[in-house]
Design a protein around this ligand. Structure first.
Ligand code: ZN
Length: 238
């Protein structure tokens, strides 16, 4: 049994080189669905941080409002005391006005405290729910990344196997043919050798002359496509 012919080697070499190229691209491209998953997860973490921040703000706002309220209540008491000791009706009216103003401020501050209480309660509930589900979400997210890392490692293994095969084929090839092949690969957009398909060059689709086809079938010489100048490969199919 004889080994592969030079043409068969060239064809396989090109196939492996193209395989390496496309698999490398695949390995270095984060899958669409994963970048979406990644974005969604980061968004959830950011939302959680946002709620925590807002909760802390609301709590300090509430403390300030409570402080304002007790100041206002002090003022209210003071004016009520003044009311009992005023001498004239003009003075009495002025103190009543002050009391009126303070009462209004007390009411709006109380409303503010109530609104903050509601906001704080809602934020705490949401925070609790989100904090409860975050560990599971984090785990799921890492699990998805893990799958991608495993896929990448699998591709790396395939690439290593292809690199070994490429080395082996090139080692067996005459250096002149190897150099010519690589020159063509460079010049012809990665396709140096083109399969003959239904009597035509599969790269440029130009019909192959019967005489050239005859030489190709003999399998002793390298035949180039008249049109695109690539090496022709005939695999025995009519
Ligand atoms: Zn051609």
């Amino acid at each position: 049994m004889s080994g592969p012919t030079l043409l068969e080697q060239l064809y396989r070499l090109q196939d492996r080189l193209r395989f390496v190229q496309s698999r490398q691209r695949e390995r270095d491209t984060v899958p669409e669905e994963l970048s979406e998953v990644d974005r969604a997860y980061r968004e959830r973490v950011e939302t959680l941080d946002g709620i925590r921040e807002r909760l802390a703000e609301a709590e300090s706002e509430r403390r300030r409002a409570e402080g304002d309220l007790s100041d206002l209540q002090e003022k209210q008491k003071k004016y009520q005391g003044q009311l009992r000791s005023v001498q004239s009706s003009r003075e009495y009216g002025a103190v009543l006005n002050e009391i009126d103003g303070v009462d209004k401020l007390i009411r709006t501050t109380e409303d503010r405290v109530l609104a903050l209480d509601e906001e704080i309660e809602n934020a705490r509930k949401e925070l609790e729910a989100r904090e409860e589900s975050l560990p599971r979400e984090t785990e799921e997210h890492e699990e998805k990344l893990k799958d991608w890392r495993t896929t990448q490692r699998g591709i790396d293994d395939e690439l290593a196997a292809a690199a070994t095969e490429i080395q082996e084929i090139e080692r067996q090839m005459p250096p002149k043919d190897r150099a010519e092949f690589h020159r063509l690969i460079e010049k012809k957009g990665g396709v140096a050798i083109a399969r003959v398909s239904a009597g035509s060059c599969s790269a440029c689709h130009v019909k192959i002359r019967p005489a050239a086809m005859q030489i190709l079938k003999n399998g002793k010489e390298i035949v180039y496509c008249d049109s695109c100048k690539r090496i022709l490969y005939w695999d025995g199919q009519p």
